[in-house]
Structure formats: structure tokens, C-alpha cells
Design a protein around this ligand. Structure first.
Ligand SMILES: [Fe+2]
Ligand SMILES: [Fe+2]
Length: 189
């Protein structure tokens, strides 16, 4: 594409009410907002799931795991707001309607279980989110580098979350195995 400043100035003045979206925004902006709204729904569910797990894990006396859930919930809230603001910048409506969040989200809210089950549920959701963000990053490509960079930053966080949850699961299994061994030692001793 040839760099023509006069043409750039003309386009910047055209349809000025559309804010960040210039007339030659190369992607289908309605589709872009629809995809971002699906990611938004998923982030909202992640906030709710992590907050739920945070409270329940604290109740069953696992303060370190509760702290981890809390930190993830705060990250997901940041993602939620980043995506909502980007949808608004693109001229769309960030959909926070609770009535349709679960049907729009690729991830699930989950069910209550024991601590290991909660961590597993969060890990599955993170792994789904990683796939979804990879797809979105490819879709936005060079057409909308601002959205793509935002999604890349979110993807890096989700990968970190998944790694932390996988570590938590391993640690839990190890400590459960060693406490079982201790118990059996005591029984046999
Ligand atoms: Fe997230
Ligand atoms: Fe996450």
C-alpha cells in the first residue's frame, strides 16, 4: 500500500463519528466484535469461576490455592475490561448481559467439586482459552494489529495461568501421596 498523506487525511476526516475505525478497516468489523464478545463472555465466566473457587478454597482451608485463584480472577477481570473497551472502540456493544453469557462462551462455569477438581476445571478452561486466543490472533492478523497485540498479551497471561495450575495439581498430588505414605507408615508402624 502506497503512503499518501493527503489520502490518509481525507479518510481520517471521513465518517469521523466511528472513532478508531477508519473507512478502510480491512476486517469485517461486525464479525470482529462478535468474536471479541465471545472472548468477553469467556472472561466473565472465568472471573466468576475463579472468584467462586477462591471463596470455597479459603473455606476448606487452602489459603495458598485461594490466593492463586484470587490472582487469576483479578487478571481475568483485567482481560474482561480490555476486551470490553476494545469492542467499544471498534464501535460495537460490549455484551455483559448475564442472560446469554454461558451460551456465548466457549468455556464453562463449571461445577463444585473437591480442590483438585476445581484446579482441573480451571486448567481445562485455560487450555480452551489458549486455543481460542490463538485462533483470534490469527484472525485479526495484520488487519488490526492493536487488537492482535491485546490478544497476544492476554494469551501470555492464560499460558502462565495454565502452567501455574498444572504445577498446583502436581504439588497437590505429591503432597497427597506423601501424606498417604505417612498414614500407611503410621498404620504399619
Ligand atoms: Fe483471561
Ligand atoms: Fe486465565
Amino acid at each position: 500500500m502506497e503512503f499518501n498523506l493527503n489520502e490518509i487525511k481525507r479518510k481520517a476526516n471521513e465518517s469521523i463519528s466511528q472513532g478508531a475505525v477508519l473507512p478502510d478497516y480491512p476486517l469485517d468489523v461486525t464479525e470482529a466484535c462478535k468474536k471479541l464478545n465471545e472472548a468477553l463472555a469467556s472472561e466473565i465466566l472465568c472471573v466468576l469461576r475463579y472468584r467462586h473457587h477462591q471463596v470455597v478454597a479459603k473455606g476448606i482451608n487452602f489459603p495458598q490455592v485461594a490466593a492463586e485463584f484470587k490472582e487469576h480472577a483479578m487478571n481475568e477481570e483485567e482481560h474482561m475490561m480490555m476486551i470490553a473497551e476494545r469492542i467499544d472502540q471498534l464501535g460495537g456493544d460490549p455484551d455483559l448481559n448475564p442472560a446469554t453469557i454461558t451460551e456465548r462462551s466457549p468455556t464453562d462455569y463449571g461445577t463444585t467439586g473437591d480442590l483438585a477438581a476445581m484446579i482441573r476445571e480451571d486448567l481445562v478452561a485455560e487450555r480452551i482459552a489458549i486455543e481460542v486466543y490463538r485462533h483470534l490472533i490469527e484472525w485479526f492478523g495484520t488487519g488490526d494489529p492493536t487488537t492482535r497485540r491485546m490478544l497476544e498479551a492476554i494469551l501470555a497471561d492464560e499460558e502462565e495461568h495454565a502452567a501455574e495450575l498444572a504445577d498446583l495439581l502436581v504439588n497437590m498430588n505429591t503432597s497427597m501421596t506423601s501424606s498417604n505414605l505417612l498414614e500407611s507408615d503410621q498404620i504399619s508402624g
